[in-house]
Ligand binder design. Structure first.
Ligand code: NAD
Ligand code: DAU
Length: 335
């Protein structure tokens, strides 16, 4: 395969590129990334010299670059997005541009160039929220009901992909995945923010009472799910992807992290809640039944490995964490 990866310098994209080049050395990858605040050029230092890898600095909204690259590849794996809910609440405009118009730009160019496969990376957040006390889970037929500007922009992108499939018989697949964690995760997000705060001697800010829940999946398991969909998935289909444990309350997750790091609960600081704060849990039985995928990591061992990675890579997050904490200070002053 000749793959165009968009957003490959971010968290999941960089893990995917490393995973794919290791496991499919016959394939080549072009990584188109704008290098926004969320990217880190250190994420791919070890693949930079791989002859099957090429980096292109550019915006998915740039039709000229996109057209040029589409003529050189047969498969697209589309990760590029503005990905942080709190930033989307602060200023949704870039989310509409990148996530909606950027996806549309890629789709129309891929259609024109008759690309063999377009795989769209989406999120469980498009489905809205599972009520407290319910053991329901999102699946492929759950109606879309996004709560944040981020999830609304991802839902809109999904609708365009689905419409291209129906209208043009466009060869796309979609995965709607739950919360990822693991190496190279930006320190603005809960798990890396918590670990790096503790390493820096600061408390963990828990929104509200910490009762909202997320369905955590190790990023390597997500990469394996994308692999199985690219290799065996049915064109036109959506696959939901989630972790082994289902919904875990944030407070329980933070306590697990504190235990791994040998700290007590005095390291928790309850702070103002996020508006329209959702809960997620994903039923991944379709991808399991049809394509044989299941997660390998349990949350306990995955978190342990992640704490170890951050402990050994404190230089990796220094700069990005500084910017992230400045963002949070500004956000808190506004609210
Ligand atoms: P991230 O924020 O870490 O990385 C996003 C990458 O996209 C960055 O490298 C950034 O520079 C690039 N980018 C942003 N705008 C761009 C543009 N206009 N043109 C080119 N590149 C651009 O995000 P992530 O957490 O790795 O998420 C990747 C994808 O997976 C996103 O589509 C996200 O919605 C989806 N997703 C994320 C999670 C999660 O838990 N992180 C879960 C499910 C789905
Ligand atoms: O569900 C998949 C989604 O997961 C992806 O689509 C998004 O791109 C990704 O950012 C992630 O969104 P979340 O909003 O779930 O991630 P975040 O790390 O921002 O928050 C996780 C939970 O932790 C959420 O309930 C809010 C809470 N939280 C977050 C931060 C940053 C805190 O309690 N304290 C914090 O400091």
């Amino acid at each position: 395969m000749k793959i165009l990866v968009t957003g490959g310098s971010g968290f999941i994209g960089s893990n995917f590129i490393r995973y794919w080049l290791t496991n499919h050395p016959e394939d080549s990858i072009i990584n188109l990334d704008k290098l926004t605040y969320a990217a880190n050029t250190k994420n791919l230092f070890d693949v930079e010299n791989n002859p099957n890898y090429r980096f292109v600095l550019g915006d998915i909204l740039d039709e000229k670059i996109v057209d040029e690259l589409m003529s050189q590849i047969d498969t697209v794996v589309h990760f590029a997005a503005e990905s942080h809910v709190d930033r989307s609440i602060d200023d949704p405009s870039l989310f509409v541009k990148t996530n909606v118009l950027g996806t549309y730009t890629l789709l129309s160019s891929a259609l024109k160039h008759q690309i063999k496969r377009f795989h769209h990376i989406s999120t469980d957040e498009v489905f809205g929220s599972i009520p407290f006390g319910s053991d329901a889970q999102f699946n492929e037929v759950t109606p879309y009901d996004p709560s944040s500007p981020y999830s609304a922009s991802k839902a809109s992108a999904d609708h365009f992909v689905r419409a291209f499939i129906k209208t043009y018989k466009f060869p796309a697949t979609i995965t709607n995945c739950s919360n990822n964690y693991g190496p190279y995760h930006h320190p603005e997000k809960l798990i890396p923010r918590s670990i790096s705060n503790i390493l820096d001697g600061k408390k963990i800010p828990v929104y509200g009472q910490g009762l909202n829940f997320r369905d955590w999946l190790h990023v390597e398991d997500h990469c394996r799910a994308i692999e199985v969909v690219l290799l065996k998935g049915k064109i036109g289909e959506t696959y939901c992807v989630g972790g082994l444990k289902g919904g875990t309350a944030n407070i329980d997750l933070v306590k697990m992290l504190l235990k791994v790091m040998g700290k007590d609960e005095s390291w928790i600081e309850y702070v103002a809640d996020r508006p329209a704060h959702d809960n997620y849990s994903v039923d991944w039985s379709k991808i399991n039944r049809e394509l044989g995928w299941e997660p390998k990591y349990d949350l306990e061992s995955g978190l342990k490995a992640t704490v170890e990675w951050y402990t050994n890579h404190q230089d990796w997050y220094k700069e990005t964490k500084k910017e992230a904490e400045e963002f949070y200070i500004k956000l808190n002053k506004k609210n």
